[in-house]
Design a protein around this ligand. Structure first.
Ligand SMILES: NC(=O)c1ccc[n+]([C@@H]2O[C@H](COP(=O)([O-])OP(=O)(O)OC[C@H]3O[C@@H](n4cnc5c(N)ncnc54)[C@H](OP(=O)(O)O)[C@@H]3O)[C@@H](O)[C@H]2O)c1
Length: 324
């Protein structure tokens, strides 16, 4: 089968992504061949392209997509030709077709489109573990979430509201603040004009929040620590503006016996049962309409460089999808 995929011979700027025509071999044992219909774009792709996360070269790129099974390899018993499936966390999704391990596939339920799943699986699995396991969000908790207008942030607002939390979103600009009110956030803080920690203290009657989810990193971590109640948890799950520098243990003590964790999706989804649980939590919410996924940006795969530039610059809201 013929396929087009993206390959990088070096890590660097968007120009390192090259298109390549290949002949796909038949699927190996435990693999399926997918004809892909939609590819999800994630900030993680930018780290892997730029070299912030080193990859052995040459390397394919992209971590999630949805598509249709067109061939199954030896030993694959739970998937058949024609199944609609999606995956998150398997390198090489920037392609029209590919082989991938059947063990990482989830079946897309009827009533949910492949595009929506490609736009939300990695982000939704992330929100599931962040709010269900890293810190278990409870009804009534005030929860602070940075990059609230972004792909993960839009899902998190609705998910947290569904759990009964009081979601406080941080975003950039008045237009984005207005957007957050329809996405589960009870409060929107404009990081470009407001003192985030002061505003959080005001909203929580001086108490602070029990948990902060921060993917912005270098530009936000100090404010995040100042927003926490005693014994609160600082969840640093991304580095959009650069990595968080080392935090001295004494700072965590002085600010109220705080907890600090730097979680990753890979570690939380190692067990197949964890993947199934998180995917079913997402699909249930998509089917019930308690989480709506806004695919606000669509690009042909051939224009992935422009899509990367838009995401990198903070110009996007919600999810971005590439079309093979
Ligand atoms: N650890 C994990 O398991 C895991 C899994 C998935 C994603 N992540 C991380 O979560 C973050 C969000 O991922 P995503 O794919 O959904 O991306 P995204 O949030 O859509 O990324 C773009 C958003 O980042 C925000 N941002 C804040 N400061 C920025 C700046 N200086 N420049 C550019 N953008 C800025 C903007 O939102 P506002 O305008 O609303 O602030 C912008 O819309 C990323 O850091 C990603 O690496 C981590």
């Amino acid at each position: 089968m013929q396929a087009t995929r993206i390959i990088m011979k070096a890590q660097g700027g968007p120009e390192v992504m090259e298109m390549e025509e290949i002949t796909l071999p038949p699927p190996g044992p435990g693999e399926v061949t997918l004809e892909q219909t939609a590819i999800g774009l994630n900030f993680l792709d930018l780290y892997q392209r730029s070299g912030a996360i080193p990859l052995p070269l040459p390397s394919p790129l992209g971590m999630e997509a949805a598509g249709k099974v067109v061939a199954v390899g030896e030993g694959v018993t739970d998937l058949t030709v024609g199944d609609r499936v999606a995956y998150a966390g398997v390198l090489g999704s920037y392609a029209t077709a590919r082989n991938a391990p059947a063990a990482r596939m989830v079946k897309i339920p009827d009533g949910v489109s492949g595009e929506v799943v490609a736009a939300s699986l990695l982000k939704g699995l992330t929100v599931s573990y962040l709010m269900g396991r890293t810190y278990k969000v409870k009804a009534g908790d005030p929860v602070l979430f940075w990059a609230a207008s972004g792909g993960v942030g839009q899902i998190a607002g609705q998910w947290g509201a569904d759990l009964g939390a009081t979601m406080i979103g941080v975003t950039g600009g008045a237009e984005n603040c207005a957007l957050l009110r329809d996405l589960g956030y009870a409060y929107a803080i404009d990081r470009t004009t407001e003192d985030v920690a002061a505003r959080v203290r005001e909203i929580t009657d001086g108490k602070g929040v029990p948990v902060v989810y921060d993917s912005v990193g270098a530009a936000s971590y100090e404010a995040s620590l100042d927003c926490l109640a005693p014994l609160g948890m600082f969840v640093s799950f991304g580095a959009t503006t650069g990595p968080v520098p080392p935090i001295p243990a004494g700072v965590l003590q002085a600010k109220g016996s705080l907890f600090f964790t730097r979680p990753t999706l890979v570690d939380y989804m190692r067990a197949r049962s964890d993947l199934d649980h998180a995917a079913s939590e997402l699909f249930d919410r998509l089917l019930a309409g308690t989480v709506r996924v806004n695919v606000n940006h669509r690009w042909p795969l051939s224009e992935m460089a422009d899509a990367h530039i838009a995401l990198q610059s903070g110009r996007t809201t919600g999810s971005t999808v590439l079309f093979p």
